[in-house]
Design a protein around this ligand. Structure first.
Ligand code: ZN
Length: 431
């Protein structure tokens, strides 16, 4: 068998295409599936009976995807090595009755999804994307990738307090985008527009999950292009790296684990859904894989007990203007390699034994890694890591890539970190 490929700056170019093509979780999993298909993976339906055949497989459910590769002759009790990530990002999402407006402006009513930096959505050219559900129950992806909407900021002349007191945004009143002019706003306008855009007959759409996105494409930035600016790095950077790593190790006959990618939806609002990390999706797929290969409950228990999950998500690089917000001795740097995230109160799942697993993978991949821990006076974020560990009893390690501007409509990472992460993920999945 050939050596799994190792990644370089070309991986970062590819990440930028993936980010641009994935304005919603539904697009992200469709793009992941397309890459898996090219690598020989095949979709299996949760409603079908599964067989114990070897090869690459994946399950798609809404905005989540679980993919795995079973080498020929794999024993049912073989443990898994999982890269975990999430497909969703904070943004503005369309309300059930979207058609609104005032004073001659046509507007779209939106809810706030997760915890976006609200100011970052102001004065941007925004597109609209997501999933349309049709009368026959099938789903259709939609992406209006041109400037369609804008959340216009109030002019400074009409808000003199903004300089002294900072910007204050009311989530209900100040974030409704405009999408044109007209006094004749009617219920159904927006969906009728999307039906027309996607070539569907009027009235065919009976459900929708729609969100706005910045249409500005990702770009290299900096004197030596050592940075990348773009949307949804949290956490499509990890989803993309996970897909690349899984397809790289697939067909490697030396694997002593079953490599898995699990990318969940709804991390940004707590993971409690049928496609979130706190749902049964991952456990169900892993169990069915064991049983389909003729395994017993004993085999399932043995497999889970030997399984390790790397929960990969973005973290905070040290910010030059706010260094005091970080722990004084833990200063992850951009392009310094992936970060290992630690929080003794289990906001992250990493412990010393998990650190050893990640350190060994990085050593095999010849990738440097850094440590992240929060300043004790700052609240610590969390990930799918602790949820995965607790829900499935799977040993889990939180890692990721250090970025700036997390939860902004346009985040900032290093040009090298995405491929350094992918190389570490390959070494981890190889075991
Ligand atoms: Zn995240």
């Amino acid at each position: 068998m050939s050596e799994p490929s190792r990644f370089d700056r070309g991986h970062t170019d590819d990440l930028m295409s993936f980010l641009a093509a994935s304005p919603s979780p539904y697009h992200a999993v469709a793009n992941a599936a397309e890459r898996l298909e090219k690598a020989g993976f095949r979709q299996v339906a949760e409603t079908d009976a599964w067989d114990g055949s070897s090869g690459g497989k994946y399950v798609l459910r809404g905005g989540a995807i679980v993919a795995w590769y079973v080498p020929e002759g794999t024993a049912p009790h073989t443990p898994f090595r999982i890269v975990g990530a999430h497909t969703d990002s904070p943004n503005l999402r369309v309300k059930p009755l979207p058609d609104t407006g005032a004073h001659g402006w046509r507007q779209v009513a939106v809810e706030i999804y997760g915890g976006p930096l609200l100011n970052s959505w102001l004065d941007r050219d925004l597109g609209l994307a997501g999933r349309l559900t049709l009368r026959d129950g099938s789903a259709r992806l939609v992406n209006v990738a041109r400037p369609l909407l804008r959340v216009p900021q109030l002019a400074i002349h009409l808000d003199r307090s903004v300089s002294a007191e900072g910007l204050k945004l009311d989530k209900q009143r100040h974030l409704q985008p405009v999408w044109g002019l007209g006094n004749d706003v009617r219920d159904g306008d927006l969906i009728a527009f999307l039906e027309e855009e996607t070539g569907l007959a009027p009235g065919e759409v009976t459900g929708w999950d729609l969100m706005v996105h910045s249409v500005e494409p990702p770009a290299y930035l900096g004197r030596d292009e050592e940075l990348v600016a773009g949307p949804r790095m949290d956490n499509l950077l990890s989803v993309h790296g996970g897909v690349a790593a899984l397809t790289a190790v697939a067909a490697d006959s030396r694997l002593s684990y079953i490599p898995v990618l699990a990318a969940f939806d709804h991390e940004e609002n707590g993971s409690q859904s049928d496609t979130g990390a706190d749902g049964p999706l991952l456990g169900s797929v892993l169990e069915r894989s064991v049983f389909a290969r003729g395994g017993s409950y004993e085999d399932r228990a043995r497999a889970f007990a030997g399984t390790v999950c790397l929960s990969s998500d973005t973290g905070h690089a040290v910010h030059p203007n706010y260094a005091e917000r970080h722990d004084p001795t833990h200063h992850p740097r951009v392009n310094g390699g992936p970060i290992l995230k630690v929080n003794v109160n289990n906001r992250y799942a990493t412990d010393g034994s998990g650190r050893a697993v990640f350190a060994a993978a990085c050593e095999r991949a010849n990738v440097p890694f850094q440590s992240f821990v929060s300043n004790n006076s700052m609240p610590c974020g969390t990930t799918i890591g602790p949820i995965t560990a607790a829900r499935h009893g799977i040993r889990t390690v939180d890692i990721g890539v250090a970025i700036l501007s997390m939860h902004s409509a346009r985040e900032l990472c290093g040009s090298d970190d995405p491929y350094l992460l992918a190389n570490a993920l390959v070494a981890f999945l190889e075991g």
